[in-house]
Write a protein that binds this ligand. Structure first.
Ligand code: FNR
Length: 182
């Protein structure tokens, strides 16, 4: 069976992002059937339909890149009980021009990571809401709300919480099974 290529989009742009650290853990823990690749989103200009008249190269490169994947894994913080604008912007850029969305029909999943105990529940479900319209079938279970993110890593960025590692391994294995349904 050939490997399924999965784009990993991280909703935080900061260098020491806990979400990026969790995304890197998921990449390391993924089974052989998946090939996960981080796709950057911070370079995308704010979506503006006027730009479709003279499409920025960042939009074109992003859209072409996203088309090459078999599935999507979103790893995101919660900003003000919603999804960070950088990630929403990436959804919007990939969804246009009208009728040419690069998202549809491919299996997705979302992990939210927060310093709070609620684990980014709001952002997690707002990603799911957009994916309904973008026709990305999202893995329902297990759900992943990773709270207290600042306690999970040591100063070198290593995951030091065994329970979280076990959970992330089970999560990425479940996602691999989900991707193989398509
Ligand atoms: C936050 N944070 C936050 N946390 C949360 O659980 N719910 C929220 O609504 C918000 N709102 C929020 C808004 C903004 C503008 C910032 C910068 C932060 C805190 C957030 O969980 C924390 O900063 C995480 O560490 C962000 O993820 P990264 O950057 O570490 O991946």
């Amino acid at each position: 069976m050939s490997k399924k290529k999965v784009a990993v989009l991280v909703g935080s742009l900061r260098k020491e992002s806990f979400n990026r650290k969790v995304a890197n853990q998921l990449i390391q823990l993924a089974p052989d059937s998946l090939e996960l690749e981080l796709v950057e989103i911070g370079q995308l200009p704010h979506y503006n339909e006027d730009l479709e008249l003279n499409v920025p190269k960042e939009y074109t490169e992003f859209r072409e890149k996203i088309k090459s994947f078999d599935g999507f894994l979103f790893v995101t913080p919660e900003y003000n009980r919603s999804v960070p604008s950088a990630l929403k912007n990436a959804f919007d850029v990939g969804s246009r021009p009208y009728g040419q969305s690069v998202w549809g029909g491919k299996p997705g999943a979302v992990v939210s990571v927060s310093m709070s105990a609620i684990g980014g529940f709001g952002a997690n479900h707002i990603v799911r809401q957009s994916m309904v319209f973008l026709n990305v079938p999202m893995m329902q279970q297990p759900e992943a709300y990773i709270g207290s993110a600042h306690t999970l890593f040591d100063e070198s960025g290593n995951l030091v919480n065994e329970g979280t590692r076990d959970f992330l391994k089970a999560y990425i294995d479940a996602y691999a099974a989900w991707v193989n349904n398509f």
